[in-house]
Design a protein around this ligand. Structure first.
Ligand code: ZN
Length: 382
């Protein structure tokens, strides 16, 4: 049973133990068989779930332990995609990422055929359901993200003349997967949409850093701010319209630098509220993210706010009272039954990023859970 207010969750990925990363390497080099590899991942999922359960998180994930990064894994599981090194997409790919200060994972999905329906994460969910009795959240890469990060002007165009063609096909495939997850009793499906989140830093005619990188590496073209937002919304609605029995949210991931403007998700309003999703999973704990009250003020009354209240890029552990005051900022506009507490982002979005200390992640989750408890006590009448 979920609490009525201030539900706690995580955004997706969790720290991968060193032995899991070694197992991935051995498996990929053909030095470990499938069954042994599966045992390693299963153990890692158990650790990720146990850490969340012990911290008291209400809605848990498997920590994305089966995936090397939050996007490339789709390339390994769906027909129509393949995974290649970034330099196969563009010989200067790494230099381009550095120049724009927009690091993408080096192993990248690319559309190299017709995208076919197939199970993407059903096996992950089967395992997770055996491990925990708690409500579960599953994350999936959203179609606007997949479009920008997998349609390549020469590799993909024989199969899909435009990025939009490919993205709508992927959206239809994703829709079937979301329905399967709903049928399996998944509590929350979260569509990860950093490419939409990053638009916050784009200008009317100037792409944000990540679109610049993708434009150069994949050979795509920025459509202008308004049309990009419109396309992202149409694609996501193609996935989720009319699907029932599961809570659907969109995670508007961001990765600001020291030079980024201080602005929040209000930049995407009012169009962003046309998304037929229930929850916006947003980042507000890190610096330069803007003021959550600005977004909360505009949030329609049938939508929920998955508020980022602890920073996943800083090792300083927020106190429960600090988290409480972050949440209270939005309570003038959004009632407690519609506010969820989560970290800004996953603790480990890619396997080869600098590892986040596990003990810090645990303490941050505990702080969040304690804050939720104090908030429920303070707003007991909800
Ligand atoms: Zn994120």
């Amino acid at each position: 049973m979920l609490p009525r207010s201030f539900i706690t969750s995580v955004v997706g990925s969790y720290i991968r133990p060193k032995w899991l990363i070694d197992a991935f390497k051995a498996y990929e080099e053909g030095k470990m068989d499938q069954a042994t590899f599966n045992e390693y991942v299963e153990e890692a999922v158990r650790v990720a779930v146990k850490d969340q359960e012990l911290a008291g998180i209400d809605v848990v994930t498997d920590g994305e332990q089966w995936r090397k990064s939050f996007v490339a894994f789709v390339g390994q599981r769906l027909r129509g995609f393949k995974v290649v090194h970034a330099t196969e997409l563009h010989p200067n790919a790494i230099e381009i990422m550095k120049r724009h200060k927009a690091p993408l994972t080096y192993w990248r999905p690319v559309i190299a055929g017709k995208i076919e329906d197939g199970e993407i994460v059903v096996d992950e969910v089967r395992l997770l359901k055996r491990i925990t009795g708690r409500p579960i959240k599953v994350t999936l890469p959203s179609p606007y993200l997949i479009m920008w990060e997998s349609w390549h002007s020469s590799i993909s165009s024989p199969h899909y003349p435009t990025p939009e063609d490919a993205a709508f096909d992927y959206a239809k495939v994703l829709r079937r997967e979301v329905q399967r997850l709903a049928d399996m009793g998944v509590a929350f499906v979260q569509l990860d949409e950093p490419m939409l989140g990053d638009l916050i830093e784009a200008g009317p005619d100037e792409p944000d850093r990540y679109k610049r990188v993708s434009s150069e590496i994949y050979g795509q073209r920025y459509r202008g701010f308004k049309d990009e937002v419109r396309l992202a919304i149409d694609l996501i609605n193609e996935v989720v319209s009319g699907i029932g029995g599961v809570r659907i949210g969109v995670h508007l991931d961001r990765w600001p630098t020291d030079e980024s403007p201080v602005v929040g998700y209000e930049r995407l309003a009012p169009d962003i509220f046309e998304l037929k999703v229930r929850q916006y999973v947003v980042e507000y704990a890190a610096p330069r993210m803007g003021d959550p009250e600005e977004f909360a003020r505009l949030l329609p009354s049938d939508k929920e706010l998955g508020l980022g209240v602890v920073d996943v890029r800083s090792a300083r552990v927020e106190t429960p009272e600090e988290v409480v005051s972050r949440v209270e900022k939005v309570l003038r506009h959004v009632d407690p039954t519609r506010v969820w507490l989560n970290p800004d982002c996953g603790f480990a979005p890619g396997m080869y990023r600098r590892p986040f200390p596990r003990q810090v992640a645990i303490e941050k989750m505990r702080s969040m859970v304690e804050a939720a408890r104090r908030l429920r006590e303070r707003y007991w009448w909800y």
